[in-house]
Structure formats: structure tokens, C-alpha cells
Design a protein. Sequence first.
Length: 151
Amino acid sequence: MYSSAKVVDGNVTHEVLIFGPLCVEPCFQNTGIGGLLLETTMQLAREAGYKVIIIFGEPGYYPKHGFVTCNHFGITTSKGENFDAFMGIELIPDGLNGVYGKFYEADVFENLPGMEVDEFNKNFSYIKKMRLPCQWGYEEELSSERNAPLN
């Protein structure tokens, strides 16, 4: 799913797109479905007039589709950070030319009211939240759990 986002540089706001998550049923992974979904939707975004996509995604996957870390563009998160999973791609040549600043998702994502989200989620059957080996950050999370002090 794509949604609007923005890069803000002082009083100048640039519209960009964000998407996620891109998910493929594990039994169909490594068959090209994810790449086809990505390439097709990027073409649709391009045809709709969008110039840029910025994501928080798997650093081992998205670069092979042309994504690079946002520090290459002079863009940081809203908190001024940069890291491997914070990536962007120009849908047209020089789509990020003159675009610098801080990235903000749509207000609905930036300001999610935690208690309201928890209440909303109670409308659905329980699903245990899990971190899987195919998810970004899994190894770091597992490592920190292994090194946590015992009580």
C-alpha cells in the first residue's frame, strides 16, 4: 500500500510516496513475485506523476531494485537520523534534485494515539506478534536478548 509523505526543508514541502510493508507468503518467496509487485507499482506511481519513493525497508532486498540510503539525497528522518533501512528511489531522473530536509510520513502515521490503536485492535481475533528471521532487525533483536542480564 502506498501513501503520501513529505520531505520538509524549512518552509518548503516536497511530496513523496511511501509504501509498506511489501509481503509475500513465505512459500512463494524467491520466485520473483515481490520484485514484480515492486516494479509494477513503481511504474504505476511514475505514470501517476510521482517522482520519489522513500521507505523503511530491508537493506538486503531493496538496493537490488535501485533503492539507496537517504543520506545520498541529504534527507533524514523527522528526528534527523539516517540508517541502512531508510532508503529512497527516484522514479524519474533527478526526481530528488533540490530536495533536502526531514522526512515525515502522513500525520495519521506520525501521530498514532497508542491507546486508541490498542482499543481498535481489540476488535480483531488475537494474533501473537512475532519477529521472524526474514524481518529487518531480527538478528540485532535476537543478539540483544541473548546479551540481556538475567534477573
